[in-house]
Design a protein around this ligand. Structure first.
Ligand code: FAD
Ligand code: DHB
Length: 394
């Protein structure tokens, strides 16, 4: 491919944030280039989130990538909370005036976005190594990178850091211009994917003295399960039988009896972290998605927050190019962070209330029990969970 000299918006990272932004911009006639460090196969093989808020689903439709989601995704009107041997259904639709969530895997979202980018001849340069950002405080920022052994540079009006938690964008901002807020949890999630029918029709978030577990799904024939596990646990130490045994021991007996066991397609451990970098802008660089913030997965907010960032940022960039109105760009960081912090609070709360924290002692354990009793008995508490779970307004 010939080296590209310049574009309007240069996007670092070809995950869901970066691809969705380039797709939304392209539909408004705004040129962009996406630089992705990994191969496309690698990006498309990552198993991550599974639940989309209505706002995120609507944004995918607005980007022209909603057709397969609307055909194959599962609309869920409720979730279940298990506490010990009790199962309690939360009717999300009834508690929120009719809102629902869409169960549709991030892997599928990413595949749909790549297909749409290809169909529109969108430029996504994969295996771009050693990306480095330059001139962020000038009017002519650029990125250099190595592709097929050749160093290239692309200039742009704006650079958007969509390169995840370990990316280069956030680290290109001088340390004294960023405030970082972080909480690392003393456990991880061990996830297993298997082609077996889900144990329940809806997602089950299960609290148990031995640890949290989650019964999720990707389709009526594909299940996704998670177990809270110690941070030093190794996937190699978890054969499938051990996973299924531990899962069933943590679920109410009636639910455990409905778990269909089968060989795993994928198994991995993810650490849990809450993290926010402020502000989301440095000169001509804007951060979005996991590059700027991380939530623990309880409550399924990671991908949804990436989508809401992209909503604010795409609108701001479209206003800039259409009418020279920069109010959206000026206020992007403040607007996106207001929503980010509310999702951080919810994810932290869901994590705190459902996981085991033996190291915190007896008083904390009793508080957690009281919190769960309150949740299961109070329509007001349930309405609050439901309002956050289906997604706060943009
Ligand atoms: P990413 O998906 O991380 O995409 C960033 C992209 O940038 C990647 O493709 C990466 O290869 C690329 N990149 C990185 N560095 C560079 C560089 N230097 N140059 C160029 N490209 C670069 N959320 C949930 O809600 N539920 C879950 O169960 C869940 N599980 C998760 C499991 C794991 C292991 C991880 C990491 C995240 C999980 N998340 C989950 C969070 C959710 O997947 C993320 O919030 C979502 O992927 C954010 O999208 P993004 O595009 O901002 O970042
Ligand atoms: C999934 C992940 C989550 O973190 C969650 O809260 C719900 C579902 C999933 O991967 O299916």
């Amino acid at each position: 491919m010939a080296a590209l000299a310049s574009t309007s918006v240069l996007i670092i990272g070809g995950g869901p944030s970066g691809l969705l932004l380039s797709q939304l911009l392209h539909r408004q006639g705004i040129a962009s280039v996406v630089l992705e460090r990994r191969s496309r196969d690698h990006v498309l093989s990552r198993i991550r989130a599974g639940v989309l808020e209505q706002g995120a689903a609507d944004l995918l439709r607005a980007a022209g990538v909603g057709a397969r989601m609307d055909r194959d995704g599962l609309v869920h009107e409720g979730i279940e909370i298990a506490v010990g041997d009790r199962l309690h259904r939360l009717d999300l639709a009834a508690l929120t005036g009719g809102k629902t969530v869409m169960v549709y895997g991030q892997t599928e979202v990413t595949a749909d976005l790549y297909a749409a980018r290809d169909a529109m001849d969108g430029v996504v340069i994969d295996e771009a190594e050693g990306v480095a950002l330059h001139g962020l405080e000038t009017d002519a920022p650029s990125a250099s990178f190595l592709k097929d052994g050749t160093r290239q540079t692309i200039r742009a009006d704006f650079i958007i850091g969509c390169d995840g938690f370990h990316g280069v964008s956030r680290r290109s901002i001088p340390a004294d211009r960023l405030s970082l807020f972080e909480l690392v949890y003393p456990f991880g999630w061990l996830g297993l994917l298997a082609d077996v029918p889900p144990a329940a029709d809806e997602l089950v978030y299960a609290s148990h003295p031995d640890g949290f577990s989650l019964c999720s799904m990707r389709s009526p024939t594909r299940s996704r399960y998670y177990l809270q596990c110690p941070l030093d646990e190794k996937v190699a130490d978890w054969d499938d039988d051990r996973f299924w045994d531990v899962l069933c021991a943590r679920l109410p007996a009636e639910l455990a009896a409905r778990v269909t066991r089968g060989p795993s397609i994928e198994k991995s451990i993810a650490p849990l972290r809450s993290f926010v970098a402020e502000p989301l802008r440095h000169g001509r660089l804007f951060l979005a998605g996991d590059a700027a913030h991380i939530v623990p997965p309880t409550g399924a907010k990671g991908l949804n927050l990436a989508a809401s960032d992209i909503h604010y940022l795409s609108t701001a960039l479209i206003d800039h190019y259409r009418s020279g109105d920069d109010e959206g760009l000026e206020r992007y960081s403040e607007r996106a962070l207001a929503r980010v912090w509310k999702a951080e609070r919810f994810s932290w709360w869901m994590t705190s209330v459902l996981h085991s924290f033996p190291e915190k002692g007896g008083f904390a354990a009793r508080m957690q029990q009281a919190e769960l009793e309150y949740l299961l008995s109070s329509p007001a508490a349930q309405a609050s969970l439901a309002e956050n779970y289906v997604g706060l307004p943009y």
